[in-house]
Write a protein that binds this ligand. Structure first.
Ligand code: GTP
Ligand code: MG
Length: 195
C-alpha cells in the first residue's frame, strides 16, 4: 500500500520547526505506552522506524515520517504520563495541544485506546480538544492480543458509548494488534484512501 519509501523526516519540539505544511498528514495520539510508535512500525512494516519502548514517555518529540512524497505520518508524545518531571510533562502537553489545534494539513487524528483499559478521562479531554478544533478523529483500539474476546467486546462498547458525546469522531473504530497484525491492513487502507 505504501509503494514508495518511508523515511524519518525530523523530530520537532516546537511548532516553528514543523515541516512545511505541503501535504496531508495523519497523527497518532494516545496515552503514554498505548502503542503509537509500535503501530507506525506495523503500518510501515518497519521494525524500528518509530522507537517503541516499554518505558512510558518514550516519544518526547513530534516525529514526522514521510510516505514517499505523498503523506506524513506523525508520531506524537503520549499524554497522561505523570512520572516524568512536571515541567517536562507540561512542555509536551502544551506542544501536543498546539499541534492538534493548529496544524492546517492535519487530516485526521487517530486516537489510540488500549483495549485492556477502554477510554479514560484523559482520552476524553483530547477528544474534546479535537472536537473544538474541528479535527476529525478516529479511535484505534490497541493491543487487542492482550485480552480475551469478552473484554474486547466490552471495552469496544464502552468506547462506542463514549464517542456518542464527541461529534468529531469518525464512527468506525479499528481494533488492532501491532504484535499480531490485526487491523493493520484495514488502517493502511484508510490512510491510503485519503486524498
Ligand atoms: P510513548 O511513546 O511512551 O507515548 O508510547 P507509545 O504509545 O509510542 O507506545 P509504544 O509503541 O512504545 O509501545 C509501548 C509498549 O507496548 C512496548 O513495550 C510495545 O512492545 C508494547 N505494544 C505495543 N503495541 C502492542 C500490541 O499490539 N501488542 C502487544 N502485546 N504489545 C504491544
Ligand atoms: Mg512512542
Amino acid at each position: 500500500l505504501f509503494a514508495g519509501p518511508v523515511d524519518f523526516v525530523k523530530g520537532v519540539t516546537a511548532m516553528a520547526n514543523l515541516p512545511p505544511a505541503d501535504r496531508l498528514e495523519v497523527c497518532f495520539a494516545g496515552r503514554s505506552n498505548v502503542g503509537k510508535s509500535s503501530l507506525i512500525n506495523a503500518l510501515t512494516n518497519r521494525k524500528n522506524l518509530a522507537r517503541a519502548s516499554n518505558t512510558p514517555g518514550r516519544t518526547q518529540e513530534i516525529n514526522y515520517f514521510a510516505l514517499g512524497e505523498e503523506k506524513y505520518l506523525v508520531d506524537l508524545p503520549g499524554y497522561g504520563y505523570a512520572e516524568a518531571p512536571k515541567a517536562v510533562v507540561e512542555k509536551w502537553q502544551r506542544l501536543l495541544k498546539q499541534f492538534l489545534q493548529g496544524r492546517q494539513t492535519l487530516r485526521r487524528a487517530f486516537v489510540l485506546i488500549d483495549t485492556r483499559h477502554g477510554a479514560k478521562e484523559v482520552d476524553e479531554e483530547i477528544m474534546k480538544l479535537l472536537n473544538k478544533s474541528a479535527v476529525t478523529f478516529q479511535v484505534v483500539m490497541t493491543k487487542a492480543d492482550k485480552v480475551n474476546a469478552a473484554t474486547r467486546a466490552a471495552n469496544l462498547a464502552q468506547v462506542q458509548e463514549t464517542l456518542k458525546k464527541h461529534p468529531a469522531a469518525y464512527p468506525e473504530i479499528v481494533m488492532t494488534s501491532s504484535e499480531e497484525g490485526l487491523g493493520i491492513e484495514t488502517l493502511r487502507a484508510i490512510i491510503a484512501n485519503m486524498t
